[in-house]
Design a binder for this molecule. Structure first.
Ligand code: TIU
Length: 230
């Protein structure tokens, strides 16, 4: 599938070559999504994020079946906290913060159960996992090198949360010349108003940061391209 295919999207059709387009799944980690995790402990409604699991599963299955590039990210820090900015550690004056014992191990620490990706979307061998200390997936990671080495030019960005790590990553990617498509049903926020505005911000001003669509439209376009190629 090395020819251009078109997906119905806003503010206008998104055109991409599947072989040079990666599925980038942001921070679908147990501590953000699972009942009893750190996210819920902070008083957040995890069901707002959990509705993204099924559509992400379908998109991931299609990407894998087509032999296309899949990458995953996880937000987190070294066990010795040496890459944790003091400002991030103390932000919010919470009683329990990054590095402290939480419901699923030390909070947002690499190697802990809560930091890992939910089983429904667990990475397969050969799918790079980008461990990032910040909200954006390009900051202090080797993501850009991996994308360049694989000839990736476009990104379908999914995951959580819409207005934080997804938005930051889309903005970083856009400034680096990547064309980003965000399927609305595959991204989630704890806050419905931020879900709405986070998506509006991406597609505003004729696609200032990228495009917004839905997973079924992407799956339909991929399916049509595969049928044509057969
Ligand atoms: N992955 C991600 O978005 N990290 C966050 O901290 N998000 C919040 O919305 N807090």
């Amino acid at each position: 599938m090395n020819h251009l295919i078109s997906v119905s999207a806003e503010p206008y059709s998104y055109e991409f070559v599947p072989e040079t387009t990666a599925l980038l799944i942001i921070d679908m980690q147990r501590d953000f999504l699972e009942p009893g995790g750190f996210g819920e402990m902070l008083g957040n409604d995890v069901s707002q994020l959990r509705r993204t699991i099924e559509p992400n599963k379908r998109l991931l299955a299609a990407w894998r079946a087509a032999g296309l590039t899949v990458l995953h990210t996880r937000e987190g820090h070294r066990p010795d906290l040496s890459d944790l900015p003091p400002a991030k550690k103390v932000r919010g004056h919470g009683k329990t913060t990054i590095g402290d014992p939480g419901p699923m191990g030390r909070i947002l620490i690499r190697g802990e159960a809560g930091h890992d990706i939910i089983p429904e979307l667990y990475p397969q061998a050969g799918e790079p996992v980008i461990d990032k200390p910040g909200k954006g997936a390009f900051f202090a990671t080797d993501l850009q090198a991996i994308l360049q080495n694989r000839g990736i030019r476009s990104l379908v960005v999914t995951g959580v949360t819409t207005e934080v790590c997804v938005n930051t990553t889309v903005r970083e990617a856009n400034d680096r010349g990547y064309e980003c498509l965000v399927p609305a049903d595959c991204v989630g926020s704890y806050f419905p108003e931020f879900q709405e505005m986070g998506l509006k911000m991406i597609k505003a001003q004729s696609g200032i940061f990228g495009w917004v669509s839905d997973s079924d439209k992407i799956l339909a376009a991929l399916g049509a391209a595969a049928a044509q190629a057969a």
